[in-house]
Design a protein around this ligand. Structure first.
Ligand SMILES: *[C@@H]1O[C@H](CO)[C@@H](O)[C@H](O)[C@H]1NC(C)=O
Ligand SMILES: *[C@@H]1O[C@H](CO)[C@@H](O)[C@H](O)[C@H]1NC(C)=O
Ligand SMILES: *[C@@H]1O[C@H](CO)[C@@H](O)[C@H](O)[C@H]1NC(C)=O
Ligand SMILES: *[C@@H]1O[C@H](CO)[C@@H](O)[C@H](O)[C@H]1NC(C)=O
Length: 454
């Protein structure tokens, strides 16, 4: 439920998206603090030879203001918040949108110095898939922005993963977007490989929609290596304290995903129906789940008008709320399992789902990368448009759109790197997550994921 900047008729949503900070001073040294990059083996993440579990929060300070901004291009803002990350005991933040025309050295280095990794959504409100028109919005203008974001973050050792889309599919009615999401993931992997970058994992963040979250999981991990995601992430709000592993249904969740051959984590969790005590942390980092899940990210760091904030920010002042303390205690009380936590050392692909009333995808073909975007793969994307560019959703035309399909493994998009990079898709379509929560008088219409709506 990334809060998004609403455009058009959905502008009534509390848009949120990271407003905090931009404008990094120009004279920042490019020297970097390095951490051990995170890698994938089988269905788990590793830091060197140690299993790595994501313990994190979703970070979009200013997201409630309605103006999309980048919280990690402004040292004042990230320096204000990093001490609280440290206090919580986290190792990862997720950022929903960044300005790819800005420099991020200072915040990324400060995060690295605190041992914190970044899971980054590569879409922005203006540059994303449009779930109402995936074919037109999957175009070279969009991919140029995505690739420029990869360029801006690929060199940081604490870039943990890229999210190629967030909740693009949010109902049974738009599963037809799946091939575009998968194509973007493929293209991102191709770009990372072809540009010679470290094999930064690419995956998709799926909405909490019971009818198709697992179908999408299978779809993103089926087919040839170049098309398979490196991991899958789910948004899940089913554990509402007080609850339990069985009451919440997380036992079934684990059963359902058992044997899934790539890393899986929660890109958002933390139901606020009742007071949050974060009982679920004791399950998430326990062997009852760690054979299948690699941790997760709590939604969300700052109070942005929808009731999910762990802290309240006012100018330079950060005030922790009661659930901040609860999360801090829960993390500190639950150590990671010893050894590999039940992880599988081999990667396994899935079988592509077949077309049904809940899955509107006819076959395993993907749209080929638009010809105009292939140029970026070989020559680089060039300067990013930032957050205030003209946008890409209406940029589809005969010269920017995909004009054909690429069958699995057809080689239409060729990987040139020797690394494990693959192609994937990534796109964020406009998604709405109408999670109606009664939080005082607040009914939250959060528009998750993608940004763009018409
Ligand atoms: C950076 O963040 C601080 C703290 O939120 C804010 O006061 C300042 O205006 C931001 N600077 C820019 C250039 O956005
Ligand atoms: C990444 O780092 C390498 C080596 O320091 C440098 O040559 C290259 O320009 C950097 N790339 C970007 C996009 O910053
Ligand atoms: C698990 O899978 C079953 C059968 O497909 C489905 O009905 C159920 O909703 C799933 N439960 C969870 C928690 O994923
Ligand atoms: C197609 O869209 C691109 C990007 O917006 C634009 O530069 C180009 O002129 C358009 N071409 C046609 C034929 O409309």
């Amino acid at each position: 439920m990334r809060q998004k900047v609403a455009t058009g008729i959905l502008a009534l949503a509390f848009s949120a998206a990271c407003v905090a900070a931009e404008g990094t001073p120009v004279l920042i040294p490019r020297a970097s603090t390095t951490v051990t990059p995170i890698t994938i083996t089988g269905n788990a993440f590793y830091k060197g030879s140690d299993r790595f579990y994501i313990r994190g929060v979703d970070y979009q300070p200013g997201g409630g203001t309605g103006v999309e901004s980048d919280p990690i291009s402004n040292l004042t803002a990230c320096e204000r918040d990093i001490p609280y990350f440290t206090k919580l005991g986290i190792n990862t933040i997720r950022v929903y949108a960044v300005d790819n025309s800005k420099n991020h050295d200072t915040c990324m280095n400060a995060l690295a110095a605190a041992g914190i990794y970044l899971v980054l959504d590569t879409d922005t409100s203006k540059y994303s898939l449009n779930r109402e028109d995936p074919s037109e919005s999957y175009n070279s203008v969009y991919l140029q922005s995505v690739f420029a974001t990869i360029d801006a973050f690929a060199n940081y050792s604490n870039t943990l993963a890229f999210l190629s889309g967030n909740e693009v599919i949010n109902s049974a009615a738009n599963t037809n977007c799946a091939p575009y999401v998968k194509a973007v993931t493929r293209d991102m992997k191709q770009y990372i490989g072809s540009r010679g970058y470290r094999s930064i994992p690419v995956g998709y963040s799926a909405a909490d929609v019971a009818e198709n979250q697992e179908l999408m999981a299978d779809y993103m991990n089926c087919g040839t290596t170049d098309q398979r995601s490196d991991f899958y992430a789910i948004n899940d709000y089913s554990w509402c304290d007080p609850s339990s592993f069985t009451t919440s249904g997380w036992d079934t969740l684990v059963k359902n995903y058992t044997g899934y051959g790539i890393p899986l984590f929660m890109s958002e969790y933390g139901c606020i129906t009742n007071t949050r005590t974060f009982e679920e942390v004791a399950a998430l980092y326990n062997t009852e789940m760690t054979g299948v899940f690699s941790g997760g990210l709590v939604y969300e760091y700052s109070q942005e008008g929808n009731g999910y904030g762990l802290v309240t920010i006012s100018g330079d002042t950060v005030t922790p709320n009661s659930d901040f303390t609860a999360l801090q205690s829960a993390y500190s009380a639950q150590a990671n399992p010893t050894g590999n936590g039940g992880a599988s050392s081999t990667s396994a692909s899935t079988t592509c789902p077949t077309k049904s009333s809940e899955w509107d995808v006819a076959n395993d073909d993907l749209p080929a990368i638009p010809a105009a975007a292939e140029v970026y793969i070989s020559a680089g994307a060039g300067a990013g448009p930032g957050l205030s560019g003209a946008g890409s959703q209406n940029s589809g035309n005969s010269s920017t759109e995909s004009t054909g399909t690429a069958s699995a493994g057809s080689g239409t998009v060729t990987e040139t790197a020797t690394s494990s990079s693959k192609k994937s898709e990534g796109a964020r379509a406009p998604t709405f997550d109408f999670r109606a929560l009664t939080v005082g008088v607040v009914i939250l219409f959060s528009m998750a994921g993608g940004m763009a709506l018409l």
